[in-house]
Write a protein that binds this ligand. Structure first.
Ligand code: NI
Length: 189
């Protein structure tokens, strides 16, 4: 997930009204949870389970708050992500990047590595093809934040965290920093 602000983690279940299943906010898995390093499996069934997963992911993403969330970040290694860069929510199932151009440096964060940001250079303009929730082919493309979200979320589906997009030197420093100050622990003075 690319996050706009520091995450708040926690689990909460919304009350059920009638026989409509409640959406749920899931705890977001953080580095070094092994599910974040797994390659996720393609989705085969475009059914009510997928719809439920996407609803829960959107709820979790907006609560974080974030602009994107990939299924492995809630512990489900399936090739699904949701995103909203301020133009409304969208979902991509089994997405692939088919075209890129240019490059763009951006101060990037991830809710799975909360509270940390690094300047990362990635491709600027990206075109991705995948399926929507009904299994229909969809294309999403854009530059700057849109291109960034597509690359970041599809990386999650391949088990790649933003730490792996740092230079060797920056990654070593980041890993040492995370070792000294593990996530979820109060900062030492
Ligand atoms: Ni992320």
């Amino acid at each position: 997930m690319i996050c706009a602000t520091t995450s708040q983690q926690g689990e909460c279940c919304l009350p059920t009204s009638g026989n409509v299943p409640a959406m749920a906010i899931f705890p977001i898995r953080t580095f070094p949870d092994p599910v974040l390093s797994m390659a996720s499996s393609p989705v085969a069934d475009f059914d009510s389970d997928l719809r439920r997963l996407v609803d829960d992911m959107l709820e979790t993403m907006y609560a974080a708050p974030g602009v994107g969330l990939a299924a492995p970040q809630i512990g489900i290694p399936k090739r699904v992500f949701v995103a909203d860069i301020g133009e409304g929510p969208f979902v991509m199932v089994n997405p692939e990047i088919v075209e890129t151009s240019g490059s763009w440096k951006y101060e990037e964060g991830c809710l799975s590595v909360p509270g940390r940001y690094w300047s990362i250079k990635r491709r600027d303009h990206v075109t991705a093809v995948g399926r929507d929730i009904d299994g229909e082919t969809v294309v999403h493309e854009g530059d700057e934040l849109m291109g960034r979200v597509l690359q970041h979320e599809i990386d999650h589906l391949d088990g790649i965290l933003l730490l792996e997009r740092l230079s060797n030197r920056a990654r070593k420093a980041a890993l040492a920093d995370l070792r000294d100050d593990p996530l979820g622990q109060p900062r030492r003075m």
